[in-house]
Design a protein around this ligand. Sequence first.
Ligand code: ZN
Length: 69
Amino acid sequence: MVKPRQSSAKTMASALVCSRCEAVTELHDNKAYEAVQNTLHQTGHGFVESEIEIKGTCGSCQASCRVQV
Ligand SMILES: [Zn+2]
């Protein structure tokens, strides 16, 4: 059965994780949240909470070494 739509919009936690020094930077990007929510809404999914982990190289690591892992 279809449950009532959850209207309580929670913050989507996005984390940037450096693959070199493993530094974690948390992001709370409402635009990214809205983009994901709109996509899920179009496909009929209910969306409450999600986490996104983005791996890459942080600023300090890029400054010390331009080579990507
Ligand atoms: Zn780093």
